[in-house]
Design a binder for this molecule. Structure first.
Ligand code: UFG
Length: 340
């Protein structure tokens, strides 16, 4: 049987590289396209090492229509997963046009080419940020999206809408799924791929592992006066390998023509809220490393609590997050020790 190929834009990045591995292990062929803005060739090498497959890599900027058209001309694939995007929430507030141009621009180019070449299936990498400070918890896919609190968040909403509209239109001819990720954490158990933050990490887990490694002196826990059981914020931390497997399930759904309405949205999380303090404790217990931490004021723009209702993904995708948080954090620590 002919192998089904998947184009992965941003495939050298954190979630993209883990997804490449899981797709290959599930029997798919992958083509990685990435401009290496926020990623390295080492990640592609890591994917090759883990899978034993000489994954094709194309260094292209997805905003460059001619360059991306070349990829469409050179490879046969019916499905694309669009990860390529900038993701620093704070920077997006400072430099909104950079975010709109890259995140929205690259997706428009991809969608144009999907139509032009008659390629069918699109999976979009969205975020729980589209829910903002949701009034109902856990959030379901029909919980209303609220106006985005950052240009980054807005680009996720806009791209979801672009995909929805293209699926609905007669010129599109595509099927699409948006996956709304909660908080992706961890690394591949081989420690050959993982998250490589640029500069001072904004996200919690990389900051924790860097503090444990002595790269940072102290972890500041932002806010201990939230209306939560221990006063620290609640999030839904999803292991990156579990998250990658959700992409495999979603691609299979598209490939097998099971997407019911043409366009679908799924929350991808564990369904379990974990506080910042609890995460710190699980990290300490799992690794035996004591963390130097203290409390600091709330961080602007943070919501007190958000976690996923994952029943739709469980039912329709046949997918469930399975990794225990302790294992996930041990993998993050193993990856940090290799890199710092
Ligand atoms: N936190 C700290 N100290 C730190 C870093 C984070 O206490 O040094 C806290 C935050 O205040 C928050 C929690 O840890 O309460 C998680 O913070 P992250 O930055 O790791 O994750 P966020 O939930 O803020 O952001 C994530 C994604 C974004 C996405 C957002 C909303 O990283 O891309 O969820 O869904 F937009």
């Amino acid at each position: 049987m002919k192998k089904h190929n998947v184009l992965i834009t941003g495939g050298a990045g954190y979630i993209g590289s883990h997804t490449a591995v899981e797709l290959i292990e599930a029997g798919y062929g992958v083509i990685v396209a990435d401009n290496l803005y926020n990623s390295t060739l080492a990640a592609v090498e890591g994917v090759r090492k883990i899978t034993g497959v000489d994954v094709p890599f194309e260094q292209v900027d997805c905003c460059d229509e001619e360059a991306l058209r070349g990829v469409f001309e050179r490879y046969e694939f019916d499905s694309a997963i669009h990860f390529a995007a900038y993701k620093a929430v704070g920077e997006s507030v400072e430099r909104p046009l950079k975010y709109y141009e890259n995140n929205v621009g690259s997706f428009v180019v991809l969608m144009k080419l999907m139509g032009e070449f008659g390629r069918r299936n699109v999976l979009f990498s969205s975020s729980a940020t589209v829910y903002g400070e949701a009034r109902e918890l856990p959030v379901t896919e029909s919980t209303p999206r609220l106006p985005a609190t950052s240009p980054y968040g807005n680009t996720k909403q806009i791209c979801e809408d672009i995909l929805r509209d293209c699926v609905a239109s007669s010129e599109g001819g595509v099927c699409g799924i948006s996956l709304r990720y909660f908080n992706p954490v961890g690394a591949h158990p081989s420690a050959l791929i993982g998250e490589l933050p640029r500069g001072v990490p904004g996200n919690l887990v990389p900051f924790i592992t860097q503090t444990a490694a002595g790269v940072r002196a102290k972890l500041s826990i932002f806010g201990n006066d939230y209306p939560t059981p221990d006063g620290t914020a609640l999030r839904d931390y999803i292991d990156v390998v579990d998250l990658a497997r959700a992409h495999v399930a979603a691609v299979s759904r598209l490939v097998e023509g099971r997407a019911e309405a043409g366009y679908e949205v799924f929350n991808i999380g564990t369904g379990r809220p974990v506080s910042v303090l609890e995460l710190v404790r699980v990290f300490e217990d799992a690794t035996g490393v004591r963390l130097n931490y203290g409390f600091a004021p709330r961080r602007a723009g943070d919501v007190p609590a958000v976690w996923a209702d994952v029943r739709l993904a469980n039912e329709k995708l046949g997918w469930t997050a399975v990794s225990p948080l302790a294992d996930t954090l041990r993998n993050a620590w193993k990856w940090e020790q290799k890199n710092s």
